[in-house]
Design a protein around this ligand. Structure first.
Ligand SMILES: N[C@@H](CCC(=O)N[C@@H](CS)C(=O)NCC(=O)O)C(=O)O
Length: 250
């Protein structure tokens, strides 16, 4: 695991383009301008829904659970890296508010490995785009004020299904991340993420909760008849205007 806080400070101070690696909501809702994005992975970490959240996907009395990374020598976590140009002065302050102030994350720098290109016209382009790169990463560590830590997967799934925050239901966060991984990196494995998704879908079905409504979509005609407990629809992060999150008025 190659992660250092000093490198991240120097990266933030540098006046050149830099990469930010996302492995949770940043994958499907970065919220900042970027020059390009590349799917890929970091080594030495595994993704876990062990970080509590009392703003975007939970409240002080009913905290939700969002993604963080835990050190795991054999671990590989797939996500998406975003290249932020040197003249983009808004991205870092936005991320600092969204991730650090509201979310309890801290910054570190890691090696980001772009997803290998299967076919390319020339070896030079393949080598330049597939080389590992320094990337800024926001990680929640056990010492932070929102940390919840490990719990049995069914308990985490029930908590996610029950919680909601200013950006919408906690289940939306989980399901959109699972959709991102399936759609953009179908070869990536993540037993923790997809087990949680299966459990949330099962519990929602058992409780007759319409996930389509939960995600802010209209249920199909046949679903309307059989659904008893429809979770009231909320404003959803997906409806948040580009580059804005409801609770980060920037
Ligand atoms: N740092 C992780 C997790 C970031 C994350 O999920 N942050 C949350 C909680 S502070 C967030 O911004 N959520 C916005 C949302 O839930 O729509 C990533 O790289 O994606």
């Amino acid at each position: 695991m190659d992660m250092s806080e000093n490198r991240s400070k120097s990266m933030e101070a540098k006046k050149e383009a830099f990469w930010v690696f996302g492995y949770g909501s940043l994958c499907w809702n970065p919220g900042f301008e970027y020059q390009q994005s590349v799917t890929g992975y970091v080594k030495g970490f595994s993704r876990r829904f062990w970080q509590g959240n009392t703003t975007h996907r939970g409240t002080e009395t009913k905290p939700g659970r969002v993604a963080t990374l835990i050190e795991d020598k054999e671990g590989i976590t797939w996500g998406k890296a975003f290249l932020i140009s040197a003249d983009n002065k808004a991205a870092l302050p936005y991320l600092s508010t969204r991730e650090c102030q509201l979310g309890g994350y801290i910054t570190h720098t890691v090696n980001f490995h772009p997803r290998p290109i299967l076919f390319t016209s020339s070896t030079s382009s393949a080598s330049s785009t597939s080389e590992k790169k320094d990337a800024l990463l926001y990680i929640a560590v056990p010492e932070n004020r929102h940390w919840l830590g490990a719990a049995p997967l069914p308990d985490i799934a029930k908590q996610i299904l029950e919680c909601k925050g200013q950006s919408g239901p906690n289940a939306e966060y989980l399901l959109r991340l699972a959709d991102f991984m399936r759609d953009e990196i179908p070869e990536a494995l993540d037993e923790h993420l997809f087990s949680l998704e299966r459990l949330v879908r099962k519990f929602a079905s058992d409780m007759k909760i319409c996930l389509r409504t939960l995600m802010g979509e209209q249920p199909r005609e046949e679903e309307k008849a059989e659904v008893k407990a429809v979770v009231p629809s909320f404003q959803f992060a997906s409806r948040v205007p580009e580059k804005k999150l409801r609770c980060v008025n920037m």
